[in-house]
Structure formats: structure tokens, C-alpha cells
Design a protein around this ligand. Structure first.
Ligand SMILES: Cc1cc2nc3c(=O)[nH]c(=O)nc-3n(C[C@H](O)[C@H](O)[C@H](O)COP(=O)(O)OP(=O)(O)OC[C@H]3O[C@@H](n4cnc5c(N)ncnc54)[C@H](O)[C@@H]3O)c2cc1C
Length: 447
């Protein structure tokens, strides 16, 4: 019997597998993709500091793409912007990076089965005792990790009695697409003029489509390459981000050749309330571990994989993979990274309640380059109630000032609540904690 089965050979799955196998446990990784198609085909900006933090070599060579020297964050109307010149993130080609992580896991002793879609958890009473593949094969294991990304194939099939939420509001789903296109010499000369963007400047416009939306364009004149990223709320649109990009190029009359790219969905919300149950842990997008401010989930997935492996190894040694014993992982994630994610849920409050002119005001007069960089490094902006009032005094716009200050303090309340996530599994404490989250969320929604 396997000690651990990991469903999904993405960042979260590979790190969990590598670190559990390294500690001497019999580990199997399953992915529905054949080996040649593993890893997403788009570039992700990942916090540079996370690699040192979890002990993974910084991506280099063909795993990366050069970072822009200058970045501009524009408000919805495009009239105001904030410019930054540092690069807190590194641009990572995910298909190349994910294959390195899988190779590391296999070197540590993990087995890998490609082209094996998992259909559901194998249940023994109320505990997960392995997985059932799409072809009906039952593979038992002492503990299982759902690292299958936003599709969360195991989480969605858990019994109703599980405290892990199987579903959440679809309004949190963002459709996203990122690609790099190369242009021939004639067209290349026209691209920045047609798109009205300066060369070598990464221009990101937020709120351009109302609600939670971003359109990023970056023209690299040396490579004659355009980098485009589009994301918007799936619920508010009938087209996907990929369709939008295709139509965008057609409308602008631009051809070029896609050299790397792809897209999918991102669950842009704070992490789920409960991350473990008897015999199962969730890691990565399957647990909604994405920084809501910018939809980045890779760093959280690496951190979660590392934390999960520590708890799994201890529980296997103690021969106890109950919800109570696995809870340590949930508490350590939620009290640290989870609290930061909850803090950045403030962006929901912004996009849901602030109209475009409010957002313009925010970008033009309230936020600083330091705030944008802190957001990319996944660090709190350091805006407390007093600081917010100070920054807003010059605006002489009392209603906006009050709403923004309220929002800033609600974000800190939410972060604090996650820092106090129950250390041990206790249904009463969990209910009490959920009540705190509900009240803090309400403050965000009504600000
Ligand atoms: C266009 C776009 C741009 C993005 N940009 C950024 C960014 O700049 N920075 C950033 O940090 N994040 C970004 N993200 C989010 C990031 O890609 C995810 O947060 C991250 O990949 C999550 O990692 P994961 O390990 O949880 O899941 P994934 O990397 O999605 O891996 C899940 C794995 O599970 C496998 N799987 C799925 N279903 C099954 C099944 N039934 N059986 C077996 N295997 C299965 C999949 O094949 C896949 O290999 C972006 C996402 C998109 C769509």
C-alpha cells in the first residue's frame, strides 16, 4: 500500500511528493496528463523570496523569461498610474519549471503515473482511504493529497458530512489567459503604436472591464515580442479570457505568432475554511490558495506543499492520519500565508463596491509604488486606519475617505482572524472562528 497518493503533478503536488518521499515514505503521484504535456503553458510571475523560503533553486535559463524593467499600474480610465522599477517577482515558464519539480520528486523516490485521471476519493466510512481513477481502478493509501488545481477533483467528491467545503460561490472564479507573441520586422514596428504602449514598460490596467479585471501589455522591442495577460470575472462574461485575446488581436489587425501561452480559471478568494479531513489534505488551487490582489497561486502552492509534507510525515510515523492529527497543517497554513491571503481579500471589497472613478482616485492619489511592490511580494501594505486618514486628507473627499479607511481596517481584522485560526480541531472553536470571518467579511462588503 502507498503511504501517500498525490493527485496532480503541479507545484503543490510535486513539492508535497518530493518532501514526503525524501522522508522515506512510499509515494505515488498521479496526473491526468501524459508526461509530455505536464505543467501549464503560460508564464507566471512568482515572488522571488519564496524559493529560498522553501528551499527550491531559483528558476533560471529556459525556465524563465526576462522581467520588465518598469511597470505601470493604471486605473480603469487610464488617466492615473503608479510606476515601479523593482521586480519582486520572477517570470517562470511553468511547463519547464513543473517538470523540474516532478523530476526532483522522482529522484527523491516518488513514483509517477502519467495519463491517469482521478475520478474521486476512495472512501472507507468517513475517511479517505485512497483514490479511484476514471477507469475505476481503486488505489489505496494511508493519506491522500488533492493538488489537482482549481478543478479540485477529490474535494468536490467528498461526502456531505465532511467539514471541507466542496463548493464555493462561482463568482470568485476568474478566467485568465497569458501569451507571448512574436512579430515579423514589418509588423513589429507598428505594434507599440497600434496598442498605444511604450516599449519596455509593463502596462497593467485594473478594473478596465468593471469588477475584478486586469489587462497587461508589455512590448519587448529586442525580441519583437508582445506579452499579454487578461483576466476578468467569469460570472460576468460569456466569453473566456482566451476568446477575448483572440478577438483583441483580430480587432487591432495584428497577427504575429504565439510562441508560448495558455489559460484557465483562477479561484480568486482567500483559502477555504477547512483544509483537512480524515485521510486527506488540500494544497494549492484546490484549496483556493491564491493571493486575491493579483491571482498569484504558485508561491502559496510551494509553501503549502512544504508544510503538508511535514505534517504528513509526522502523522504517518505516528500511524494516525485522522482529521485531528492532520489539523496541524491547516493551522500552520492559515495562521501564516492564509492570513496574508485573507488580508488581500480586500480587493474584493474594492472591486465589488468601488466604481471606476473611485478606483481611479485610489490609483491616482492614495496608493504608492511601495504599496504595489508590497502587494507583489505578498506583504501587507502597512495601511492602518490612521495612515489611511493621513493619506486621504489631501483628497478632501469625506465619503471616499471614510469608505477607504473602513476597508483598510476591515482587511486587518480579517488578517487577525486568520492568525487566530484554531490550533486544534474543535467543532465549537471552528464555528466561533467562522462567525468572526463572517463578521469581518460583512464589514468589507458594506464598506
Ligand atoms: C492565465 C493565468 C495566469 C496566471 N498567472 C499567475 C502568476 O503570474 N503568478 C502566479 O503565482 N500564479 C498565476 N496563476 C495561477 C497559477 O497558475 C496557479 O495558482 C498554480 O498553477 C496552482 O498550482 P497547483 O499546484 O495548485 O495546481 P496546478 O498547477 O493547476 O496543477 C494541477 C495538476 O493537477 C492535474 N489534474 C487536474 N485534474 C486531475 C485529475 N482529475 N486527475 C489527475 N490529475 C489531475 C493537472 O493536470 C495539473 O497537472 C495564473 C493562472 C492563469 C490561468
Amino acid at each position: 500500500m502507498y503511504d501517500l497518493i498525490v493527485t496532480g503533478a503541479g507545484c503543490a503536488g510535486c513539492v508535497t511528493a518530493e518532501r514526503t518521499a525524501q522522508r522515506g515514505f512510499k509515494t505515488l503521484v498521479l496526473d491526468r496528463q501524459p508526461s509530455g504535456n505536464l505543467g501549464h503553458t503560460w508564464v507566471n510571475g512568482v515572488e522571488r523570496t519564496v524559493f529560498d523560503r522553501v528551499g527550491i533553486a531559483m528558476p533560471s535559463g529556459e525556465e524563465t523569461m526576462p522581467s520588465p524593467l518598469v511597470s505601470r499600474l493604471l486605473g480603469p480610465s487610464g488617466t492615473h498610474y503608479i510606476e515601479t522599477t523593482s521586480s519582486p517577482t520572477i517570470e517562470v515558464r511553468m511547463s519547464v519549471f513543473a517538470r523540474r519539480l516532478l523530476a526532483d520528486a522522482m529522484e527523491a523516490g516518488a513514483e509517477f503515473r502519467e495519463a491517469t485521471p482521478v475520478a474521486r476519493p476512495l472512501m472507507e466510512g468517513d475517511r479517505v482511504a485512497g483514490v479511484v481513477t476514471a477507469s475505476g481502478e481503486e488505489i489505496p493509501a494511508r493519506v491522500v493529497v488533492d493538488a489537482s488545481g482549481w478543478e479540485a477533483v477529490l474535494r468536490r467528491e467528498l461526502p456531505e458530512t465532511s467539514p471541507i467545503p466542496r463548493e464555493f460561490d462561482e463568482g470568485y472564479m476568474v478566467t485568465a489567459w497569458r501569451e507571448q507573441r512574436r512579430f515579423g520586422p514589418e509588423e513589429a514596428a507598428e505594434v507599440p503604436r497600434i496598442l498605444d504602449i511604450p516599449p519596455d514598460v509593463n502596462v497593467s490596467r485594473v478594473g478596465w472591464r468593471g469588477g475584478y479585471s486586469v489587462l497587461m501589455l508589455h512590448w519587448d522591442p529586442r525580441e519583437s515580442e508582445l506579452d499579454i495577460l487578461v483576466g476578468f470575472s467569469q460570472a460576468e462574461s460569456t466569453e473566456s479570457a482566451g476568446e477575448y485575446v483572440r478577438n483583441f488581436f483580430a480587432e487591432k489587425g495584428l497577427g504575429g505568432e504565439r510562441i508560448y501561452g495558455g489559460g484557465g480559471l483562477i479561484p480568486v478568494r482567500r483559502s477555504l475554511d477547512v483544509l483537512v479531513d480524515h485521510g486527506i489534505l488540500l494544497a494549492g488551487d484546490s484549496a483556493c490558495m491564491v493571493i486575491p490582489a493579483h491571482g498569484s497561486g504558485v508561491a502559496s502552492s510551494l509553501i503549502a506543499g512544504d508544510l503538508a509534507a511535514r505534517t504528513i510525515a509526522r502523522c504517518l510515523r505516528e500511524n494516525d492520519t485522522s482529521r485531528e492529527n492532520l489539523w496541524e497543517y491547516a493551522a500552520s497554513y492559515q495562521r501564516g500565508r492564509g492570513a496574508l491571503m485573507a488580508y488581500f481579500d480586500v480587493t474584493r471589497g474594492l472591486t465589488d463596491n468601488f466604481d471606476q472613478s473611485d478606483m481611479d482616485m485610489l490609483v491616482g492619489f492614495v496608493m504608492t509604488p511601495g504599496d504595489v511592490e508590497a502587494g507583489l511580494r505578498a506583504e501587507p501594505l502597512g495601511i492602518d486606519l490612521k495612515d489611511a486618514m493621513h493619506r486621504l486628507r489631501s483628497l478632501r473627499h469625506p465619503i471616499f475617505t471614510t469608505r477607504f479607511a473602513w476597508l483598510a481596517s476591515a482587511a486587518l481584522t480579517l488578517k487577525k482572524a486568520y492568525e487566530d485560526y484554531p490550533k486544534r480541531y474543535d467543532p465549537n472553536q471552528l464555528e466561533e472562528w467562522r462567525g468572526r470571518i463572517k463578521r469581518a467579511r460583512k464589514r468589507l462588503e458594506t464598506s
